[in-house]
Every structure is written in C-alpha cells, then in structure tokens.
Ligand binder design. Structure first.
Ligand code: GTP
Ligand code: ZN
Length: 354
C-alpha cells in the first residue's frame, strides 16, 4: 500500500502534498462507517479510526462527525494499525437529511459524492413524489442526481412509468435495470467511470445490495437471494465505499425510511426551476400563491402550464423546508443558551480563569 493506492481511492496528490510537511499527520479517506466507528484508507492500508478527544470536544452535534466519503487528517498509532482522526477536510458535496424520529436533528449520509444514484424499484416502491423529494435533496447536496429504476423485470408498464416521471426529471439521466438478465445492469455499468464517486441512495429493498454484489462480481453483501416475489428483506446498517473494477468508487448507504428536507433551499430552487421561474413573475415578492392578485403560479395552474400535482408537490416540500429552517433556528438558540449556561457555571466554580 502506498500513495498510489490512496490516489486510486480518490485522494488527490494535492491533498497528499498538503500533509507532507506536517509530521505525524497524513490524509485518509473514510471507506467504512458504523456510527462513529471508522475504517480509513491510508498510505499503509485500511485501519480502524476514531475521532480525537479534542475533535469530540468541539463537536456540537452528531452531524459534525466525519461521514463515509470524507477526507480526513489522521495520525497513525505507533503500531500503524489504527488511527486518530484530527480533522475533517472541506467537502465537495454533502448529502444530509432530517434524521428519522422526533429528534429534529440533521443527519449526514455521505460526503464527496459526484453522482448520486437515486434507486427506486419499478414495482411497489415506485413513487414519483418520493422521487421529487430525493431529487431536491440530491441537488442540494452538490452531487449530480441520476435516477436508477430497478427491478424492471417486475414491471409491465415501464414506458408509462417513465412518462410519469419525465416532467420531474428534465435534464436528469434516467436508467432502468434488472438483475435477472445477463446484461440488465449494462445501462448503469457504462455510466460508472473511473475517477468519480457514486452513491447508491433509496428506500430499503430496492436492490442496492444486489447491485453492489453484481458490480463487484462477488457477494459482498448477503441478502436472502433473488426472489421474484420481491418479498426479500435485508437491512444494511453500515456504510461502505467500494472500488469497482472500472476504477469508479461506489458508496452504499442503508435504505432510508424517511428523507426529511433540511434547509434545502438550493435543491428546491434547482429541482423546481420551472416553479421558481414562475414565482419570479408573481406581482408580490412575498406571494404565498394562494389568493394574492397577479400570482404567476396560480395563472400557470389555471392554464395547465403547471400541473396541480407538481404545484402541490412544490408547496408541500417548500413548507417542510421552511419548517426545517425554524427548527434550525430553535436548535441554534438552544445551543447558544446551553453554551452560555455552561460558561456561567464555570465562572462560578473557576473564577480565576475568567
Ligand atoms: N425480481 C427482481 N428482484 C430483485 C432485483 N434486484 C433486487 N431484487 C430483490 O429485491 C430484494 C431486495 O434487494 P437488496 O439488494 O437486499 O435491497 P437493498 O436496497 O440493498 O435493501 P437494504 O439493504 O434494506 O437497503 C432482494 O430479495 C433481491 O433479491 C431485480 O432486478 N429483480
Ligand atoms: Zn404567487
């Protein structure tokens, strides 16, 4: 293992050189993650890694921890079989979602992804509104979305389904795959070029694990075998970055039950650029597109230029996004109060430091 192996794992020579002069520090790439336990590829191979005590001390919430795909500054232990993560390097892209449940916290899913492969199966998982949600979050992450419609063998009306999603996937590549035929993955395979990092995203059971196994040519992830009644179940809990024979890097993420928007303004504007264009023509800047006169959105809905479905979809996601901003503001205020309280307590018990 050497720097050449690091290069093949997406670590640029610039990054390697940046660390050359810092004694005991080097660059690594997170290739496996199970909560805050990491495996990092380094110049000496893959080692287990954890964030340093100092790093943990400065973390405000779990989303500040490194995530799969992150480049990190590390220090190897004297035996060189483990490492301490000291810093997270700037990210090109970050896919985040509002964590499931009631915690109202942001959860980082994957970093430095170039192309996000949004997987949706063509049978019962097919859901255009969910696709709009995924596309919004992908655009917001900084990665380019590509839609992968899986299990085409279980669908008899693929063309009709493609027509349904056509208006929401303008300018987005849409691929269909099946693992039941010899060349059923060919459309995807030709897409997976060296030098790029891909990530598989989607609900549980859409066939992400099987895709990884097929692309790697070996059974890395065990599932209960290919079932044509699509009732198989396998849940991945860890995230992993794989190197494909083409040289492309592929991140597998656990199936997501819910994908909540979290401050995805850019993604909304990009995914709904048609609606955004209309809004620019509303008479009032703060138009709610309800009863206001001169509303371009309402006018477009009346003529059919904008479908009711897409209009409603936008309004739903926009409201959710606005709510996520309120939540963020509330959490930030709560954090400021906690920090201030902690400081006050320290002033009382250790006054000489202040
Ligand atoms: N008929 C058919 N079944 C498929 C295809 N791809 C996957 N399956 C089946 O769908 C089920 C789910 O596949 P997985 O690869 O485990 O799904 P997953 O997306 O990794 O699910 P999680 O690990 O929960 O995120 C399994 O029983 C697969 O055999 C396909 O192209 N056709
Ligand atoms: Zn309006």
């Amino acid at each position: 293992m050497s720097n050449s192996n690091l290069l093949s794992y997406g670590v640029t020579s610039t990054l390697i050189h940046q660390f050359a002069d810092i004694s005991d520090r080097q660059v690594g790439h997170i290739v496996r993650q199970e909560r805050q336990q990491y495996q990092v590829i380094t110049a000496v191979g893959v080692v287990s890694a954890q964030t340093s005590g100092r790093f943990n001390h400065h973390v405000l919430d779990t989303s500040d921890f490194p995530v799969i795909g992150d480049f990190v500054g590390i220090q190897l232990t004297p035996t060189k079989d483990a490492a301490i993560i000291h810093q997270e390097l700037p990210r090109n892209s970050l896919f985040v979602r509002q964590a499931a449940g009631t915690t109202h916290q942001v959860q980082s899913v994957a970093a430095n992804v170039d192309v996000a492969l949004i997987c949706m199966s063509l049978n019962h998982d097919f859901n255009p509104h969910r696709l709009e949600r995924y596309l919004t979050v992908c655009w917001d992450s900084g990665a380019t979305p590509v839609v992968v419609l899986t299990k085409s063998d279980l669908c008899s009306d693929t063309e009709a389904k493609l027509a349904v999603i056509a208006p929401m996937t303008l300018g987005v590549t849409v691929l269909t795959t099946t693992t039941t035929t010899a060349n059923g993955l060919a459309p995807l395979q030709t897409f997976l070029q060296a030098g790029q990092t891909f990530a598989l995203l989607g609900s549980s059971d859409v066939g992400k694990s099987i895709l990884i196994n097929r692309l790697l040519g070996k059974t890395i992830i065990t599932t209960d075998g290919l079932r044509n009644d699509d009732k198989g179940h396998h849940t991945t809990t860890s995230r992993e970055l794989y190197q494909l024979s083409s040289g492309a890097l592929m991140i597998d993420t656990p199936g997501m039950r819910a994908l909540g928007l979290w401050g995805a303004d850019t993604g909304l504007a990009q995914n709904f650029s048609d609606v955004a264009d209309l809004i620019r023509h509303c008479r009032f800047r703060n138009c709610h597109h309800q009863t206001e006169p001169g509303c371009a959105v309402k006018a477009a809905l009346a003529t059919g230029q904008l479908t009711t479905e897409r209009g409603q979809s936008y309004q739903k996601l926009q409201a959710e996004n606005a709510y996520s901003h309120d939540t963020q503001a509330y959490l930030a205020q709560k954090q400021r109060t906690e920090v201030a309280n902690a400081k006050q307590i320290r002033q009382i018990y250790h006054p000489k430091h202040y």
